[in-house]
Design a protein around this ligand. Structure first.
Ligand code: DQA
Length: 147
């Protein structure tokens, strides 16, 4: 199994650290990527860390992951609650999928309680802040890592 993990981030997460910090905190996507790379290295994983505000681009990356990745960590952001096409794309991927939400979506507005992606995800992290990402990578390490 490939030791490459795609870490995909959906809309508005490029503004992490500046966007509603009372909910999402002050760490930026660069901080998150750095923490993920550290954990990935310890587990013998490579990562491809990507963010897009466009559903189709995320879907294209999932299709690429079919070719070369062992696992996908994804924070679909608001697309979690709306995007059946993202679910369909993830259903074409054969390796493990871990869904991450920085906030505890079940404690928030009712429209955030449902995630289409959760119908595919093998594990879901919500409410651990940005720490959810390195923990998700760590879990990938157990599933597909070489250490
Ligand atoms: C989020 C939760 C979503 O409901 C929201 O639309 C986001 C971020 C999270 O990480 O907590 O953009 O996925």
């Amino acid at each position: 199994m490939s030791s490459l993990v795609y870490i995909l981030n959906g809309p508005n997460l490029n503004l992490l650290g500046r966007r509603q910090p009372e909910i999402y905190g002050y760490d930026t996507m660069d901080d998150v990527e750095r923490n993920c790379r550290e954990v990935a290295g310890a587990f013998g994983l490579q990562i491809r860390f990507l963010q897009s505000n466009h559903e189709g681009e995320l879907i294209d990356w999932i299709h690429e992951a079919r070719e070369d990745a062992g696992g996908i960590v994804i924070n679909p952001a608001a697309f979690s609650h709306t995007a059946i096409a993202l679910l369909d794309a993830l259903n074409t991927f054969e390796g493990p999928v871990v869904e991450v939400h920085i906030s505890q979506i079940h404690k928030r507005e009712s429209f955030r309680h449902q995630s289409y992606v959760s119908l595919r995800a093998d594990a879901v992290m919500a409410g651990l802040g940005v720490n959810g990402y390195p923990l998700a990578v760590r879990h990938m390490g157990h599933l597909i890592g070489s250490v």
